[in-house]
Write a protein that binds this ligand. Sequence first.
Ligand SMILES: CC(C)(COP(=O)(O)OP(=O)(O)OC[C@H]1O[C@@H](n2cnc3c(N)ncnc32)[C@H](O)[C@@H]1OP(=O)(O)O)[C@@H](O)C(=O)NCCC(=O)NCCS
Length: 150
Amino acid sequence: MKVFFREAEIDDLEILEFIERQCFRDPWNADMLSSELSMSHSVYLVLTDGENIFGYLSYLHILDELHIMNVAVLPDYQGNGYGRLMVKRIIDDAQAKEAVAITLEVRESNYRAQKLYEGFGFALAGTRPHYYMDKENALIYWLELGGDIQ
Ligand SMILES: CC(C)(COP(=O)(O)OP(=O)(O)OC[C@H]1O[C@@H](n2cnc3c(N)ncnc32)[C@H](O)[C@@H]1OP(=O)(O)O)[C@@H](O)C(=O)NCCC(=O)NCCS
């Protein structure tokens, strides 16, 4: 199946909200997503085959860094390489924008996402205690660009 990224639009809010509810313990609602979509430094891309949407990614571009906000694949489509495609896309975008580093926070219990990022060379750089609403710690990852990227 041929899949590609396209910019998320206001008409995608319903599916974005659905993906949030399916993928996260503290999902964003349509209002939060809508205000993020309108911000000039935030990028929201959906992964689609032109008909169905399988997931979405979002990041902030601040100065010379990208901050990954979300990488989410609907449960029925997980395990097919889409998560890797999304991280690869973010790294490609970062290089095109001449960013020097990419960072993100991930739940301490989210081994699957940690493995995904580590596979691209992201390195654990610290923790943010009680970062999430349910008080779970966040792990902070960084990828410095310019080195070897897999
Ligand atoms: C994390 C997530 C994006 C991965 O998406 P995916 O499409 O399933 O991932 P892929 O099929 O591309 O697999 C990428 C890597 O994830 C890891 N992975 C995938 N399935 C896994 C599983 N069942 N168990 C453990 N690790 C797994 C592997 O490291 C895999 O790399 P590999 O195949 O080279 O070994 C997806 O599970 C998801 O949306 N989770 C909920 C939202 C979330 O936690 N997002 C991250 C927030 S920071």
